[in-house]
Write a protein that binds this ligand. Structure first.
Ligand code: 0X9
Ligand code: ZN
Ligand code: ZN
Length: 447
């Protein structure tokens, strides 16, 4: 028996054990089992050859941000990596390596910053996230390798896109170019009687590599929209849909192979030691106007110039070509449970604010009705922080798309970017309810 099958055997056995135990025992068992699998991998030589960044015993702390001074003090403490910068009057989530915990907590106390521990060990959550959810009612398709009970690689997503295009005559897949490292970027186009004759919806996920729930939820919505078209055919009769599951495929691949918490693209920064631009600071509308960094190693590096990133240019060119048709634009992130309205660089109301807000509020009610998940609606700096060069600002300000949003999906920080796989479907269901309502309002206004 090969070592790989030893690993698979342990995994299968462990899953059976897990499912037959009480809920409060489940987490411990899962961790135990996944550790066993990790040992099997080690014996297999896998871990030895993979330069995977370890987050063993890294902690996430939630820090109260009472004032601008508190926020500045926090960002100057060495050893602090932000998961969420937070807004004044809210909370920041910071990750700290085990070697820095003592020094960071001493500093927080010295600065009189209140904090609590959100995640004891990021390594545990990374292992937990690999555990597939129990598949209750849908059997995996024989025609593609995508499911929504675990997180998948891009190849599985692409096989699903091929299946959609080959199965439905009202679905086309259009290549809009390649990523920096040459991965495909393919938009699913859902158009009955040909594209271009109706108001259109744009949805994208995965601009930030580590926000794994977003390609998962966006591809599930493709499945719901298309495979279950008969349940809500008005949505495809009255509208065209353009959907991109993974905006940043290089970063996404890198989170699978090297660093689970990578955020940026993977293009090199000239002369620098660090790679990657924050693709959500690289759009050419009020680019580099606050809340982004000149420093190539920063998580919010805005790039050498607006649209330095090929991924951004590919989307810009596609969306620009259809800008008169596209009425709704939503770029999907995680985490924090927010519906974000433009702008990112000012708290001034965007043009059409009342209508933007009304559509978001109504659609948020539909979202809430599904699983009782609470999202807040508001402008980016109103709920988070100043962030210029984001895609939704470009979509409204430059492309003139009237209903432009960003969404931050589950959760509010218990798992953060590392949402367990059994939350993929519920998250996708509520996000879909938001879009279904939004689509009907767009159709009412424009169709
Ligand atoms: O900082 C960001 O780019 C977004 N938050 S995240 O934690 N996902 O990185 C917030 C910016 C708001 N823009 C959009 N959500 N489009
Ligand atoms: Zn994001
Ligand atoms: Zn459900």
């Amino acid at each position: 028996m090969s070592l790989l099958s030893v690993k698979d055997l342990i995994f299968t056995k462990c899953q059976i054990i897990v499912h037959t135990h009480l809920i409060d025992q489940k987490m411990k068992l899962v961790i135990f089992c996944v550790t066993l699998v990790a040992f099997a991998n080690l014996a297999n030589g896998k871990v030895l050859s993979d330069p995977v960044k370890s987050y063993e015993n890294h902690q996430v702390l939630r820090v109260k941000i009472g004032s601008e001074e508190a926020s500045n003090n926090l960002s100057e403490i060495a050893g602090v990596t932000f998961w969420n910068e937070g807004r004044i009057g809210g909370y920041a989530d910071i990750m700290v390596a085990p070697k820095d915990i003592t020094q960071v907590t001493e500093n927080l106390i010295k600065q009189e910053l209140d904090f609590s521990t959100m995640v004891e060990n990021v390594g545990d959550l990374i292992r937990l996230e690999k555990v597939p959810a129990i598949n209750r009612n849908e059997k995996p398709s024989s025609e593609h390798s995508m499911t929504w009970t675990e997180y998948h690689e891009q190849d599985d997503v692409e096989s699903f896109l091929d299946y959609l295009a080959n199965t439905y005559d009202f679905v086309e897949v259009e290549s809009i170019g390649e990523s920096y490292e040459g991965r495909p970027m393919r938009v699913v186009k859902v158009c009955k009687n040909g594209c271009g004759n109706k108001p259109a919806m744009w949805i994208d996920g995965g601009i930030h590599a580590r926000e794994w729930i977003t390609p998962a939820a966006v591809t599930w919505m493709m499945h719901e929209l298309i495979d279950n078209d008969a349940d809500h055919s008005d949505l495809t009769e009255n509208l065209d849909w353009y959907i991109l599951g993974i905006v940043n495929p290089d970063g996404y691949a890198y989170t699978k192979t090297n660093d689970r918490l990578w955020r940026k693209t993977r293009s090199p920064n000239d002369g620098g030691v660090c790679s990657g631009t924050d693709a959500n600071r690289n759009w050419g509308y009020h680019w580099n106007n606050g809340g982004s960094s000149d420093y190539g190693c920063s998580e919010t590096y805005h790039g050498a110039e607006a649209f330095s990133e090929v991924e951004n240019r590919n989307i810009r060119d596609f969306v620009s070509k259809h800008k008169d048709q596209i009425k709704f634009f939503n770029t999907i992130h995680s985490y924090s449970q927010l519906v974000l309205l433009p702008w990112g660089d000012t708290t001034d109301n965007a043009p059409g604010y009342d209508k933007l807000k009304n559509l978001a509020d109504k659609s948020n009610e539909a979202l809430y009705a599904v699983h009782g998940t609470r999202f807040d609606v508001g402008c980016i700096p109103c709920l988070l922080y100043i962030a210029s060069g984001g895609s939704m600002d470009w979509a409204l300000g430059e492309a003139g798309i009237p209903y432009s949003y960003g969404m931050e999906l589950r959760d509010t920080g218990r798992y953060g970017f590392l949402l367990p796989a059994d939350q993929i479907i519920p998250t996708a269901e509520e996000t879909w309810a938001f879009h279904q309502n939004a689509a009907r309002m767009i159709a009412d206004e424009f169709a």
